[in-house]
Ligand binder design. Sequence first.
Ligand code: 5U1
Length: 684
Amino acid sequence: MSNFEFNFGNENVLSEQIIQQALYLREQLRHHNHCYYVLDNPQISDAQYDILFRQLLQLEKDYPQLQNPDSPTQKVGGEALSAFNSIEHRIPMLSLGNVFSQDELNDFERKIKERLETSSDIEYCAELKLDGLAISLIYENGLFKQGATRGDGTTGEDISHNLKTIRNLPLQLNTLTPPAILEVRGEVLMPKAGFHKLNAEAQQKGEKIFANPRNAAAGSVRQLDPKIAAQRPLAFYAYAVAQIDGQELPKTQYEVLQWLKSLGFTISDQIQTGIGAKFAAQFFAQIQQQRSQLPYDIDGVVIKVNELAKQQRLGIVSREPRWATAYKFPAELASTMLEAVDFQVGRTGALTPVARVKPVFVGGVTISNITLHNMDEIKRLDLAIGDTIEVCRAGDVIPKVTQVLHKAEQSQVITLPSQCPVCQSAIVQDEKGVIARCSGDFYCEAQVQRRLAHFVSRKAMNIDGLGERWLEQFLEIGLISNIADLYALTKEKILAKNIEGMGERLAEKIVNAIEQSKTTTLPRFIYALGIRGVGESTALALAQHFASLEAIQQATEETLKQVPDIGEVSAKWIVAYFQEPIHQQMIAKMQAAGVNWPAIEQRGTQPLTGQIWVLTGSLTAMGRDEAKTKLQQLGAKVSGSVSKKTTIVVAGAEAGSKLADAQKLGVTVWDEQQLIALLQEHQA
Ligand code: 5U1
């Protein structure tokens, strides 16, 4: 390979012979890695491989100038990180729509034909839907540069250090003419055999057992120390190219996969092409038969229009390609017994009933707790303790109670407690009688603990290392009693409490993470406060609208209602939050401790400020979410229902009852073209 770069510095003189020896060893190791991990066809024994590996390791130790991030020796894992970096995906990572039946599959095909304005047969590439973790990899001039998780599709986490340890993931592409940039998408997974071995070893050592291979893979790639990932039996399967620079891609998805294989990537060996929805259904049935014998977990198949030019014409809607869908296996069902219902207290005091069921294995995991959401759900299902119930779980979806299969003869009615199970304060019902809340507020330990957990969470203040276990203990021993107290913690104060399992390094790590969190952003800080009705997007809208915390603190219900997405109820909650003296003191204390954020520009009055828009039907040029965001950016409030106050209803294809409501109420109705023209006018 020509693109090795050696670090010529002031170290020992590096002879041409040593360089050639290192090049040779790397080439050999790469070749044998490929034979072993990708082709499943080893050509030398493990002992012979170890000799080559150790020779290279020794050379790189003797001549540090030789060290190179693309060397096969890097697969054992380098230095640990202190935190993950966020990575903005240059091309968003899409998700797939789902179909669950032949009818839905036919519908998927019908829409494709309509959009392509053709009655001709469509050729598909059918693949496995691997049950792992979606990953994006960037190669520059053939060398692995960066790998990231999907995250929210726009921003993921840089997990390059762990991905580099995956044996079948090429650090260097197997070509003399690599593209300048290549972004490959695929799945990291843990094969079933490796997963069972890992769990058996963990059980013996009394360590954490993973619920399923997917969790094990996710837990492995989200380790800060790559040496841990290096010991986990992970594999990467490529399934798409997101971008390529400096070269043309082949013309079909099938050929793209074969090309990726030629570059050294592992692709699934169950890939077929064929014509029409009938072929796709046959592939699905065939894979369903083979599912249990496959070496890894899958949760369905993926059907993609094979021709890339057609994919391009079909485009994307709401972050899902119109040219591909996941044909998912049906959710797995099991029956078990409802043993008890406990009530958990959330951050805002809301009580959530949780079913404690006789442990049952379903959808790849053992389930013993299932959320029942609220009392209405219990009523709807007619649930009582002692009943035999049906439990359903699909993929990584949270389990659900679907129905009562058999009523127990002496079942026990489930009643809402009149007092909080944690602080014994009175339980109050909301106006609609659906949500029950503990009225204990600051006196309820459960609420305080949940608020702290929310405050430190990743999307809020992102205080790494301070998990629920520590928060619970810190609260219990009086080290903290609210979020502001976190900023008064020092290593010495933590260590003085002699908490079991808390050493100097850990205390230092927590204090450093708290210190780092002081530099934040206004939307994050507002979100972290955990105000009722203020999720991430509302926090962002508040920050953008008012531009300063002081302005938000002084806002009235009327001014708050001007902010996109804030209605009467949330406006009341926000005002009530900032009027509470304890909240004012906590915020002042945190600011005095140094919590800060960069100033943001106030957006001022925007073209659609004060207007209420409703989107209905399917919008073809952009998804409804995208249209909503753009309208909000122009100051409009986008509502889910039509009323006399609605300014404009945008009706896309197949608009239903909302269009009829608008016509009844005499509200202006626009089509998608008018909306696009307006957005273009304002360059939104
Ligand atoms: N096999 C396969 N899985 N999978 C998942 N192909 C595939 N494609 C995907 C996803 C999310 O997304 C495409 C839009 C690239």
